[in-house]
Design a protein around this ligand. Structure first.
Ligand code: GSH
Length: 208
């Protein structure tokens, strides 16, 4: 079976989610750096891989996949790992995936982009995102008070997706100390076999 190829950029949270899932599932992958600053994601060659002109994309043989949540679902299905053990767990995993992109991802990624200088905005715009992230983190902290992982008794792609948001909280200047259950859960994720931080899972250039 030939390796899948992940397209992305090492600073991208959604690319990290795909790379982290591959790593936790024990799947080596080839990597193609997409230079967003040079506009490579809007060139016809890349648009043929991801029609939305965004990273990540994952190429598996003839299949060209995009949207990190959809990629995570594909990987869970393909490898029979981290997708939930019952029909109910699978449905709960999907619920978390839709929730996290709606309520959590942008509210961490955007203030991070502001703090890192990728996006220009006033302090009050940053604060609006931080407040909205706080609302979502409160919900997350409540859920994690009741169980070690988001769905069932083991880590699933729901944990991967949500971890791929909260991992950037510090860079976004979001204080996680009011959410002790989230912090404890992050510690559990970081102990999983195959876990890597984003700088370690995503190469900075193409990799075979
Ligand atoms: N919902 C998408 C979001 C992907 C996304 O926002 N990617 C950013 C980089 S982190 C991107 O490609 N931005 C360039 C653009 O949208 O033009 C996913 O989860 O894959």
């Amino acid at each position: 079976m030939s390796k899948m190829t992940l397209y992305g950029i090492w600073l991208s949270g959604p690319t990290y989610k795909a790379g982290l899932a591959l790593s936790l599932m024990g799947q080596p992958f080839a990597y193609k750096h997409v230079d967003l600053r040079a506009g490579a994601h809007k060139q016809p060659e890349y648009l043929a891989i991801n029609r939305f002109g965004q990273v990540p994309a994952l190429v598996d043989g003839e299949l060209k996949l995009c949207q990190s949540g959809s990629i995570l679902l594909y990987l869970a299905d393909k490898f029979g790992k981290m997708g939930g053990k019952t029909a109910e767990e699978t449905a709960r995993v999907r619920e978390w995936l839709f929730w996290e992109f709606d309520r959590l991802a942008s509210n961490i990624y955007r203030p991070r982009a502001i703090k890192r200088g990728f996006m220009k905005a006033d302090d009050n715009v940053h604060q609006m995102y931080v407040n909205q992230a706080g609302d979502a983190l409160k919900v997350l902290d409540g859920a994690l008070a009741k169980s070690d992982f988001l769905v069932g008794s083991e880590a699933t792609i729901a944990d991967v997706a949500v971890y791929g948001d909260v991992a950037y909280a510090e860079e976004a200047a979001i204080d996680l100390s009011p959410y002790p259950n989230v912090k404890a859960w992050m510690g559990r994720i970081e102990k999983l076999p195959g876990f890597k931080k984003y700088e370690d899972v995503l190469p900075k250039q193409d990799a075979a």
